[in-house]
Structure formats: C-alpha cells, structure tokens
Design a protein. Structure first.
Length: 191
C-alpha cells in the first residue's frame, strides 16, 4: 500500500456502482493528499473531456509504443469496442514522488494486474447493493443502449464474484455515507 512517501489506492466496482461520483467527492476533500491517476485511452475524447485532465488520449500507435516499452501497470481493450485503456506507471511514480496517495479507479481485471506489482495496495470495492439496484442505475443514466446495459450487467456479475479479493467493500446505498466510510478507511490505514 505504501512506499516511502506515497500510498496506492485501488477503487473498483461495476459500471453504475457510483465510483465516479465517490471519486469526485473524495478529491474535493482538501485534507486528503489524494492524486487521481489519469488513465490512458485510445478512444476519442467526448465533447467535455480534456487531454491530460480526463484521460491521456493517444492514438492506437502511441498506445502500442507505450505497451511495447512496458510503460503500463495494467491495460486492456474494454467492452470489445476496439479501444484500449491503461494505467501508466509514471502516473503512480510521480504521485509517490510528490508524497501523494495515488488513486486508481480501475476494473477488477486491472486491479489484479496492479496488485502483481503493488501487492500492498489498499483495495476498495464499491458495491451497488444488488444487481437490481445496479440495473436500475444503468437504465436511469439513459446513456446506454439495451445491448450495452446487458454487457455491463454481465461484467458486473463477474466482478462481484471477485469481491473477496478486496480488503474493503463499501455498499453504495448512500453516496455521502459511502464517501465517509472510504475517508475513514483511508485516514485510518496505517503507513
């Protein structure tokens, strides 16, 4: 979990579990030395997204060059869309050098890859409480078509089967309570 100066925190959970909202609220808490690891991706930026802020947007060629140079802690093609996502090692090492707690918001598969290199990382899993609640959230977002919702629910079922790999499981049935629970875990996790 820690290096001389920093701490590595892995936050996972199914799509629709509320990870993004929780991360935003945690990053707003100025008394926590958190630094979000910015993932790399080959997908095109959405209208509101900025390079180096939301993602490190790369061409497929750039991504493959980083992959060949072993620059990623973890990476994979996500949801069969032919776009790649990954965590650059430099995101973590830079955060550690700055004495930050580096927060990775990644899926279970990515977490397993990172844990091979950082077995003492603090692992947190955000659980929506039930598959019914998760499906309701995905549908209420109105950003997914039926095929995409089904695919995300299938992935969620696989991810939930690996929940025991995480040190801490947070039921996100109330965002403020979940944020406070994670905050308590972070501040009470010994160096």
């Amino acid at each position: 979990m820690t290096t001389e100066k920093g701490k590595l925190i892995i936050l996972s959970g199914p799509s629709g579990s509320g990870k993004g909202t929780i991360v935003q609220k945690l990053l707003q808490q100025e008394d926590l030395p958190l630094r979000m690891s910015i993932s790399a991706t080959t997908r095109s930026p959405r209208p509101q997204e900025q390079k180096g802020v939301n993602y490190h947007f790369m061409s497929h060629e750039e991504f493959q060059q980083h992959l060949a140079a072993d620059d990623f802690l973890e990476c994979k093609e996500v949801f069969g869309q032919k776009d790649w996502y990954g965590t650059l090692r430099s995101e973590v090492t830079t955060g550690f050098k700055d004495s930050k707690w580096v927060l990775l918001e990644i899926d279970v598969e990515g977490a397993l890859s990172v844990l091979e290199h950082h077995p003492n990382a603090l692992t947190l899993f955000v659980d929506p409480g039930s598959m019914e609640e998760l499906e309701k959230r995905l549908r209420n977002r109105k950003t997914e078509n039926e095929e995409s919702i089904k695919r995300r629910l299938e992935v969620a079922q696989r991810e939930l089967k690996q929940i025991d790999l995480y040190r801490h499981v947070i039921i996100n049935d109330d965002v403020e309570r979940a944020v406070q629970e994670i905050r308590d875990i972070l501040t009470n996790s010994g160096e």
